[in-house]
Design a protein around this ligand. Structure first.
Ligand SMILES: Cc1ncc(COP(=O)(O)O)c(C=O)c1O
Length: 365
């Protein structure tokens, strides 16, 4: 116990103690992953509730999908998602964390190699840690380093990247990565957590937008960000799905997702299809920011302003809070020392005036 207290004390002293807080209501959101405003949309909420009340369903799944926890709604939603993502199959998970953990802990075998971008999300790294395969990081978006590691990898190689990097907002060079994976017979796995719902027909994602779906071994899509609800899916071949159903421990040994969650995912996609103006608005604001404030420019709605130092980064966040803007500081150890930053997320519901305030304040510092 003393060791635990000491570790917490150390965090307290370095100003990095994590605590659960509530967002004060009424603040302008430049922080959440609700890029399209679906999480707060009352019409979508209404749509979900009405549909839920009219459908025959259980409140909870009651068990693992392999026991009593499967449902016709879940199966139907998986077919629907496979169609959206243009893949033969999709398999639902309770979260993106669980999906990545399931994939990387079960698919690469002993003697295989996992190569992951060094800025990959914790759940990709944790999944790789649970695998018996050899794992190696390649430098962020560095095709030369990736090629060097592909040349030297053993067994089947799985290359992991994110379509949009969650802390930096930049994109993986997917076309080039596909070409490299083809050359070295490696399997590309793309985490679309921050691109599902934003790019591609009906929100299929960045891979679909680039027309690369057929070249990807597995697509990991999440629904707790732009889709405004919760859950995730792994999409790929029938063999991949069958293998996950049989061997992925985060799938086998957990309660299936509830019909309510399944319905929310289904309705969020149908809502998005009818409200494509949301996506257009988001891109319009993104273009505005990129054109006027090039120091923050990025293709995605995630903008990064490196401050350096936990204290200074927190002070910036506090400054914005005092001005009614919710902008979160991203501190070390979540990012490397010296890389402490403000993570500014654009949303379809933000305004040019708000963008001007934030960017001008940062510009004039
Ligand atoms: C790149 C990436 N992958 C996966 C996840 C996990 O997804 P979820 O929040 O649905 O567990 C996140 C969440 O922050 C993420 O940023």
């Amino acid at each position: 116990m003393n060791e635990l207290k000491k570790a917490l004390q150390k965090r307290m002293e370095s100003g990095t103690l994590r605590e659960l807080t509530l967002i004060p209501s009424g603040m302008v959101d430049f922080s959440s992953n609700d890029y399209l405003g679906l999480a707060n949309d009352l019409a979508l909420k209404d749509q979900i509730i009405k549909k839920y009340q009219s459908m025959h369903s259980k409140n909870g799944a009651t068990g693992s999908r392999l026991l009593t926890g499967n449902s016709a709604h879940t199966l139907e939603c998986e077919s629907f998602l496979a169609h959206i993502f243009g893949m033969p199959t999709s398999l639902l998970f309770g979260s993106g964390y669980a999906a990545n953990l399931a994939f990387f802990s079960s698919i690469p075998q002993k003697g295989d190699t996992i190569l992951y971008d060094t800025l990959s999300h914790a759940c990709i790294k944790d999944g790789a840690r649970l695998s018996f395969a050899t794992k190696m990081a390649f430098r962020h978006n560095d095709l030369n380093d990736l090629e060097y590691k592909l040349k030297n990898s053993k067994g089947k190689t799985y290359v992991a990247c994110e379509a949009v990097y969650s802390m930096d907002g930049d994109q993986a060079p997917l076309k080039e990565m596909v070409a490299l994976c083809n050359t070295y017979h490696a399997h590309l796995v793309v985490d679309e957590a921050h691109s599902t719902g934003i790019w591609g027909l009906n929100g299929a994602g960045w891979v679909a937008e680039l027309g690369l779906t057929k070249q990807i071994f597995a697509l990991i899509s999440t629904f707790g960000k732009a889709m405004g609800v919760h859950g995730a899916a792994i999409s790929g071949s029938q063999v991949l799905k069958d293998y996950l159903v049989n061997f992925a421990r985060p799938f086998v040994y957990t309660t299936g997702i509830s019909d309510f969650e399944v319905l929310a995912i289904r309705e969020a996609f149908s809502f998005l299809k009818k409200h494509s103006e949301r996506t257009r608005k988001l891109f319009k604001l993104n273009n505005y920011l990129n054109e006027h404030y090039s120091f923050l420019a990025s293709a995605s709605p995630i903008k990064t302003f490196i401050v350096g130092g936990n204290k200074a980064t927190k002070e910036w966040s506090l400054f914005f809070k005092k001005n009614n803007f919710d902008i979160r500081p991203i501190l070390s150890p979540t990012v490397g020392v010296g890389q402490e930053r403000l993570r500014i997320c654009l949303h379809a519901f933000n305004s040019k005036k708000e963008i001007d305030f934030i960017c001008k304040a940062l510009q004039e510092r």
